[in-house]
Ligand binder design. Structure first.
Ligand SMILES: [Zn+2]
Length: 329
């Protein structure tokens, strides 16, 4: 008698607030589970091994829950930080706070926990890009959430350069002033500090000081959250619009540079901040990009599009990558 073993493929999206896992089954996600990321508050207090083990153990438990006793043959992990050419990870500010003293082979550790299952580990923005790679082939994926990140794809594959340092426009320094806002990497005036969802308080402070007439007419509370900002922006509040336009102006410049620098013609924009703000944000981005590049401003309408209106790009892209049989890490 021939017994067919059910071989399960699992995909993970590792985030600073949540760890998510799903089963990848015939080109779609079916079973799912999520868990809280290990304590954000104490992550800087723990030693490296404790921090790494906390993540590995939670991912293992989550994977076992989703696999439900079936044999796991492959795992795909979308990781919120740079992944070295040897598959090692070291930095993930949203997950681990300060950098680890030494690179860690996270893929090997997770593979060992699942009896030697094959593990593909990639950066989370890279993973999200693979969701669109078969359709778009040549494009740039851009995430706008609590940080900014990008990855360039050519002929359906990501290109990050020989040292795997590409796709980090969030750390491009665009404000040289000594009092420019600090970036989570420790730098100052980086795009991620000026154009992401994290930039709202800084823009509000600048605008309230420099444009009191806007502030006077605004219904935004003094300590406005991004939730407040989105609601006010959608309701036509002028101060909220100015905040969004300033954030979009900085990123639009970067997209214009990518376009004139390497000729990329399509940008897929996703991430919590961009998705919450909606079409009005994309229009501000198009206007800013057009102002910093040559050619017809209207071309930018087709160039910049929104990603799918869900939070699944990392999981789905990871599944696509597993199905390709790639050993990419
Ligand atoms: Zn930075």
């Amino acid at each position: 008698m021939v017994r067919t073993l059910r071989m399960t493929k699992l995909v993970f999206d590792v985030g600073g607030t949540a760890l998510r896992c799903a089963r990848w089954n015939n080109g779609r996600l079916d079973a799912r589970a999520a868990a809280e990321s290990p304590g954000v508050a104490q992550r800087d207090a723990d030693d490296d091994e404790t921090r790494v083990r906390a993540v590995t153990e939670r991912l293992t438990a989550l994977g076992r829950e989703v696999a439900g006793g079936t044999e796991v043959s492959e795992l795909g992990l979308a990781f919120p930080g740079p992944v070295g050419s040897d598959g090692s990870v070291r930095q993930a500010p949203t997950l681990w706070g300060r950098e680890l003293a030494r690179p860690v082979q996270l893929a090997d550790r997770l593979g060992a926990a699942f009896d030697g299952a094959r593990v593909v580990l990639v950066n989370d923005v890279t993973a999200a890009g693979y969701r669109y790679a078969d359709e778009l082939r040549d494009f740039c994926i851009v995430t706008v959430s609590s940080g900014i990140g990008n990855k360039l794809f050519f002929a359906g594959d990501v290109e990050v350069g020989p040292q795997h340092r590409g796709g980090e426009i969030g750390h491009w320094r665009i404000d040289d002033r000594a009092d420019a806002p600090p970036c989570e990497c420790g730098g100052r005036g980086h795009l991620g500090a000026i154009a992401s969802g994290r930039s709202t308080p800084w823009h509000l402070q600048q605008l309230r000081a420099g444009a009191p007439e806007l502030a006077a007419g605004s219904r935004l509370p003094a300590a406005a959250t991004n939730h407040d900002l989105v609601a006010a922006f959608r309701a036509g509040d002028e101060l909220a619009r100015a905040v969004v336009e300033r954030a979009a102006a900085a990123l639009g410049q970067a997209l214009a540079l990518l376009h004139v620098g390497v000729g990329v013609e399509r940008f897929v924009v996703y991430g919590g901040f961009a998705q919450a703000l909606g079409d009005g944000y994309l229009d501000a981005l198009r206007t800013a990009a057009a102002a910093h590049a040559w050619g017809e401003p209207s071309d930018w309408h087709a160039r910049i599009r929104a990603g799918a209106a869900d939070d699944d790009s990392g999981l789905i892209g990871m599944g696509v990558l597993l199905d390709r049989g790639s050993d990419r890490r």
